[in-house]
Design a protein around this ligand. Structure first.
Ligand code: EPZ
Length: 418
């Protein structure tokens, strides 16, 4: 069985490079299929399994995809199918961006229902509401979403909930809608701005991404472009927490510090020293940290995707911490694993009450989803003795070279491949 064996108790020191943002890249690659002329040359694409899935899906539609390390070139001029039905579609969440991209380009899309982490009910009603408002007929048949329109026409759409996926997906379809579309109550995550910038580089006319109102003037065609994906806010936040938990001094390079403000603020409140230097952030921790309360919120609030690593960090902080998960209803599955290591955590509905313990002890634990996996790795790094983490396929969906990056800082992690 694939596993990570972690010898805990080593401080982290040195420099670490952050990769391109997963949640931007998994939206940008599907968006590239909307270019009917030229090729898209996209840099800083992270090397993770979710990206391999997306590349296979767009190839199955007829696109030509060439990869060279972090550089991906996509020629979509020859796309000849609007039906995304290979098994990779159901392995990940972001495959749903093909609905907006195909509907925009062909006025027709058939996409198998997406998969992704089991962190709660993951409805797509707001995506469908947006497509319908633009004039599409949307049905769900035989496990696939089918969207069709004679033409798409711009309109005003108010999202009932702040949704990253719905904001991006409806923005994609609206790029090719006639006239003006105004999206209100939009999500403001950095990856939404990145996708809008990418689309604008291809010739779209999108204004306001990063605020809660996005205005899109429809265009008739998009062409290829050169683009570089932003650094991954969540990968950076994960390593900030690992450094804070293990103690030592770590420079986290290739970041946009502004995107990390909610995380820095909480770590400073816990007693971590943080300094910013341009596109680098330095974390210095003595490990003598105090508990804090955290509530997950849409950007610029504290990200839900860092709630699980944060719970691990708080498990050995002094005193009581309360973590309020306000986005996903089942995102505390990692707590049972932390308890095997001696953590004192009580979960009630969307709250976790953590009583900090002196130390965790190594155990055999499971990565129950992607970010839970990162939380387990941090737990292994701070625990006394040896920890074995299994279900690595979750971690590999979103963290490039996690063990190599951490080992370069002084961690002792070995990957067993079978
Ligand atoms: C994106 O998921 C991310 N995934 C998630 O990261 C992240 O946790 C989430 O945004 C919130 O930041 C990708 O970008 C691929 P949402 P998404 O639509 O778009 C409700 C990770 O670890 N909702 O913003 O699926 C929903 O139930 C992953 O990298 C509706 O009610 O999330 C949730 O409570 C895990 N109706 C809230 O909105 C809808 O139509 C936010 O969901 C859509 C969403």
């Amino acid at each position: 069985m694939k596993k990570l064996i972690i010898e805990g108790g080593n401080p982290l020191n040195g420099d670490i490079e952050i990769s391109g943002a997963k949640n931007a890249a998994v939206a940008i690659l599907p968006s590239a299929i909307m270019a009917t002329k030229g090729t898209c040359v996209i840099d800083n694409i992270p090397q993770i399994s979710d990206i391999e899935c997306i590349k296979k899906i767009i190839e199955s539609l007829g696109a030509k995809v060439v990869s060279d390390n972090n550089l991906v070139t996509i020629d979509s001029t020859c796309i000849n199918s609007y039906d995304a039905n290979i098994e990779e579609v159901q392995k990940m969440r972001a495959s749903y961006y093909l609905i907006g991209a195909l509907l925009g380009r062909f006025k027709k899309a058939r996409v198998e229902m997406p998969g992704g982490c089991a962190i709660g009910v993951r409805p797509i009603d707001q995506h469908i509401k947006g497509f319908e408002a633009l004039g599409a007929k949307v049905t769900i048949e035989h496990g696939a979403v089918i969207a069709e329109a004679d033409k798409l026409v711009g309109t005003n759409i108010y999202f009932d909930v702040v949704s990253v996926g719905a904001t991006i997906n409806v923005m994609l379809a609206a790029v090719f809608a006639e006239g003006k579309t105004i999206l209100e109550n939009c999500a403001k995550e950095p990856h939404i701005v990145d996708v809008a910038n990418f689309l604008n580089s291809m010739g779209a006319n999108i204004k306001g991404a990063g605020t809660d109102v996005i205005r899109i003037n429809g265009v008739n065609e998009l062409k290829g472009c050169n683009y570089s994906v932003i650094p991954d806010q969540i990968e950076a936040g994960t390593y900030m927490m690992a450094a804070a938990a293990c103690g030592g001094k770590v420079n986290i390079n290739n970041v946009i510090p502004k995107h990390l403000e909610s995380i820095s603020a909480k770590l400073i409140e816990m007693g971590v020293d943080i300094t910013e230097n341009g596109d680098s952030i330095t974390i210095e921790s003595s490990r003598k940290l105090k508990g804090v309360n955290v509530k997950t919120l849409p950007y610029p609030g504290f990200p839900t995707d860092l709630q699980q690593p944060m719970t691990t960090l708080l498990s050995t902080a002094k005193g009581r911490s309360i973590v309020n998960e306000s986005i996903w209803e089942s995102r505390f599955k990692h707590v049972d694993e932390l308890k095997k290591m001696g953590a004192k955590v009580k979960v009630e509905s969307n709250l976790a009450v953590i009583e900090g313990v002196e130390c965790l002890t190594g155990a055999k634990i499971v990565a129950t989803d992607l970010r839970a996996g990162a939380a387990m790795v941090i737990a292994g790094l701070i625990a006394k003795g040896t920890t074995e983490v299994t279900n690595l396929e979750h971690i590999d969906r979103g963290y490039p070279n996690i063990e190599n990056k951490l080992n370069s800082l002084g961690a002792k992690i070995t990957r067993i491949e079978k």
